[in-house]
Design a protein around this ligand. Structure first.
Ligand code: F0G
Length: 357
């Protein structure tokens, strides 16, 4: 048996890495592709979940960050900067500290999940809470990188998308072919773009003849691509994708056209419903934004737009432990309070509804 070596080493021949590139890795990638019989039964399709919460910092960002930080090191960078709704900052902080350089991160004040904030602090980032939204943070990060000696590691940095395309390679390797559809959450639309690129490269090298239809989903209160215009004050409980002016908008529009894809909007109520289905029926715990692809599949399926037997991969992008509070609320909005019992076996058995064996 051998240990997975991280995406830069596993896919060295398909990425822009050379002997001169220091490989900064925490072992990212190689994440499980999990069959989801509960979702197959609901839709009549063959549904698989690509569980990106299993990456070292708990999100898909690590695939792009290993590449971005390694290339920054190759360029002699001493400091990196990013704007983030939380996951990019957690990832940048971990990879920068592993490389021995500084990460400065700009996050919207009070708008990122506690787990992600904790990660950035724990990994020694210079964390600044900006009195604005994510789009404001990204504007400042771009300004700083243009005018000061600091390297930008948001997905406007092409190295990020390059690293993230490896997830599509893994899917083709496991399935032996590309799926018919690939569903992803959309914020900046970097990951949507990355999967499309990865699958396109698989077609180009003859590993598959199929280019999956790329289906991306934004939260209804934060759906600029669906609406066709910027959203000034994006709003959704899915804080990871609360973005009004996506950085990779143009690339994503091209990827949609090329793949006969789709962008849809999903309400927060439907996101939380999908979050419950993933947790309670599939056994996969994700943060709210990550459930939106499942909500999107259910919506498309109910509209009769998913052919029976189609192979579907849904990427769930971030781990549930980053933002766990949503599990403790029921569909009608009341709090879940676990039952308290005395230290008494008979009493516990009775509360559990167990009869004597
Ligand atoms: N899912 C999660 C959990 C995310 O954190 C993000 C983006 C996305 C989906 C959307 O991916 O931006 O490539 O379309 N999070 C960024 C961040 C914005 O700062 O962590 P995208």
């Amino acid at each position: 048996s051998r240990q997975w070596r991280g995406v830069l080493r596993e896919y060295a021949d398909r990425l822009n890495v050379t002997d001169a590139t220091p490989i900064i890795t925490l072992g990212e990638g190689g994440t499980p592709l999990i069959p989801a019989p509960a979702l197959s039964a609901r839709t009549g399709a063959k549904v698989w979940i690509k569980f990106e919460g299993m990456n070292p910092t708990g999100s898909f960002k690590d695939r792009g960050m290993t590449m971005a930080i390694s290339k920054a090191m190759e360029d002699g960078a001493k400091a990196v900067i990013c704007a983030s709704t939380g996951n990019t900052s957690a990832s940048a902080a971990a990879y920068a500290t592993h490389a021995g350089i500084t990460a400065a991160v700009l996050v919207p004040e009070g708008k990122i999940a506690m787990g992600k904030l904790s990660q950035a602090v724990a990994h020694n980032a210079q964390l600044l809470q900006v009195q604005g939204n994510f789009d404001d943070c990204l504007d400042i990060a771009r300004d700083l990188a243009a005018n000061y000696p600091v390297h930008l590691v948001n997905s406007v940095n092409p190295d990020r998308i390059e690293g993230q395309k490896t997830a599509a390679f893994e899917v083709v390797e496991v399935l032996g072919d590309a799926p018919d559809f690939h569903f992803v959450p959309v914020g900046n639309a970097g990951n949507y773009t990355a999967y499309h690129r990865g699958y396109s490269e698989e077609v180009a090298r003859g590993a598959t003849t199929k280019l999956p239809r790329m289906f991306g989903f934004q939260a209804s209160g934060s759906a600029p691509i669906v609406l066709g215009h910027r959203v000034e004050n994006p709003d959704t409980i899915a804080s990871a994708i609360r973005i009004g002016n996506p950085a990779s908008w143009d690339l994503a529009i091209k990827a949609r056209a090329d793949s006969d894809g789709y962008f849809g909007a999903i309400t927060d109520a439907k996101i939380l419903e999908a979050h419950r289905i993933l947790s309670a029926e599939v056994g996969i715990f994700v943060e709210p934004a990550s459930a939106i692809g499942v909500a999107g599949l259910l919506e498309r399926s109910e509209a009769g737009l998913i052919p029976a037997g189609a192979t579907i991969v849904i990427t769930v992008t971030g781990h549930g432990l980053k933002d766990p509070q949503w599990a403790l609320r029921t569909a009608d909005g009341s709090d879940v309070t676990p039952t308290i019992v005395p230290v008494d076996t008979a009493e516990v058995a009775s509360v559990l509804g167990l009869g004597k064996a």
